[in-house]
Design a protein around this ligand. Structure first.
Ligand code: GLN
Length: 489
């Protein structure tokens, strides 16, 4: 079996026992990227070949004397290009940051570097993570490895496509309203959005600060748990970082049953707009949860109907404030030949941002403007509280909630680009967990008749990632979806 097909867990095992070298890992992935990257375009920036091979050789040499390995040592990972990497440009898929090289690492990158991981490259995304298709990238879209004419989903489409196409063993993404789960579902891989506060956002370029979370995109549920073990940590540099205990997440992926667990099925997630094939596939997956021992309960989350409206007020308002810093003064793009200071600001922002980002800044600025704050942002936050209360009530009855991830399978590139509302509606099943700050995972659960992957979403109570991982892992092991891989041509 080719090295690049292995999961993180399998690769770790072979490396730890000395069966394969860091050099072999690096070379295998370089070869794979060389083969398929021209078709997929998952990366914005690739680590130069010589640099990676030199790093691998140095690692092998240092290991000869004593073979003590760290979990991420020599693991070839990709990182979404809105997560700061010291000395490696971090563009956010935007002209605004096209040449921005961060002087420091994001909190999530620090432990990876300490453990001597391999950064294969920085992955494509919708500009500033705003979008659901990866088409709003200043560097062009990423292609879905299952069908190159289709979108890989977004905004972490580069990360999900890279994992699906074996261009990395696992990747980091960010999720504000679904950007880890949505592309994971569209590309047939696993995506975990941890509880808000579980993983530090220090060094994540801010989009909507009350929603942003970093999480793993992987080939298996166990791999997501392995990565979460490295990422989850209290960090005083992120004031929303939680001071909760961090368990060993891999423990919960070992059980194979769902006995004594109650799983809620919210009726509001199976209504208009849900593709019939997706509905059938997800319902079959839910039946499998029952066969594994879970007790199914019909539940209602009535306020989730307003989730998209609330999200697109909150996210745009926070984005308009977060993106005010890109004014051409301290860093990032600056327009040339401008008349005066005001003209410099205007030209810089007019030329540096793409249309979707501008749309969000305008919507958000309007929602926050004097006299409207209470009517829009304030109201949306009130609705958000009601949504959270719906979940609180449901979680009195059930332990987990199972739903679709995306209302349709992956769609053709260009199909939704002209109609922002159609694009926003893709987030209808992922946004509720984002607004409520809950942990949620996307796990592959089948294919459409056109051969495109479909995902199952499992949500849990805050900080109950262990339970979410346990259910997803039991489901994954009971089914064979992970064995089917895309053939890229
Ligand atoms: N698609 C959503 C949006 O466009 C979510 C993006 C995200 O989670 N980063 O805002």
């Amino acid at each position: 079996m080719s090295l690049v097909k292995l999961s993180l867990q399998e690769l770790q095992r072979l490396f730890t026992c000395g069966e394969i070298s860091a050099f072999e890992i690096a070379r295998a992935y370089l070869l794979r990227i060389n083969q398929v990257e021209p078709k997929i375009k998952a990366y914005i920036t690739l680590t130069p070949k010589d640099q990676l091979l030199a790093q691998a050789e140095a690692l092998d040499r240092s290991l000869k004397a004593w073979r003590k390995t760290e979990p991420m040592m020599a693991m070839p990972l990709a990182i979404k290009d809105n997560i700061c990497t010291e000395g490696v440009r971090t563009t956010c898929g935007s002209i605004m940051l096209e040449h921005f090289v961060p002087p420091y690492d994001a909190a999530v990158v620090e432990p990876l570097r300490q453990q001597r991981f391999f950064l294969l490259g920085k992955t494509n995304l919708d500009e500033f993570a705003m979008g659901s298709s990866s088409e709003h990238s200043a560097f062009g879209p990423t292609k879905n490895p299952w069908k190159l004419t289709h979108s890989p989903g977004g905004s972490s489409g580069g990360s999900a496509a890279a994992v699906a196409a074996d261009e990395c063993v696992a990747a980091l993404g960010s999720d504000t309203g679904g950007s880890i789960r949505l592309p994971a579902a569209a590309c047939g891989v696993v995506g975990l959005k941890p509880t808000y506060g579980r993983v530090s956002r220090y060094g994540l370029v801010a989009f909507a600060s009350s929603l942003d979370q970093i999480g793993p995109i992987t080939k298996t549920v166990t791999d997501a748990a392995i990565l979460l073990n490295v990422l989850a940590k209290h960090d005083p540099r992120d004031s929303t970082s939680a001071t909760v205990p961090v368990p060993d997440f891999t423990k919960s992926t070992k059980r194979k049953d769902l006995k004594k667990l109650k799983v809620g099925i919210p009726q509001e997630f199976f209504t208009d707009g849900l593709d019939t094939e997706v509905e059938r596939t997800v319902r079959e997956a839910i039946a499998e949860l029952e066969r594994l021992g879970a007790q199914l309960c019909d539940i209602s989350l009535p306020m989730t109907e307003h989730a998209i409206a609330a999200y697109y007020l909150i996210a745009t308002a926070e984005a308009s404030s977060n993106l005010a810093r890109y004014d051409g003064v301290k860093y990032g793009f600056r327009s040339k030949e401008t008349r005066d200071l005001l003209d410099m600001y205007c030209q810089t922002r007019a030329q540096g941002f793409g249309p979707e980002v501008k749309r969000r800044i305008m919507l958000g600025t309007y929602a926050l403007s004097a006299g409207y704050y209470e009517a829009y942002y304030g109201k949306a936050q009130a609705v958000r509280t009601l949504i959270r209360q719906d979940f609180d009530a449901a979680f009195q009855e059930v332990d987990l909630i199972a739903t679709p991830v995306m209302p349709t399978p992956a769609f053709p590139l260009g199909e939704k680009l002209k109609d922002p509302l159609q694009m926003y509606l893709l987030d209808m099943y992922t946004i509720p967990a984002s607004l409520a700050g809950l942990p949620a995972i996307a796990v592959p659960c089948g294919f459409s008749s056109a051969g495109l992957p479909i995902g199952l979403q499992i949500m849990g109570r805050p900080f109950e990632e262990p339970l979410v991982l346990r259910a997803a892992s039991a489901y994954e092991q009971a089914t064979n979806w992970r064995k089917k891989r895309p053939v890229i041509r």
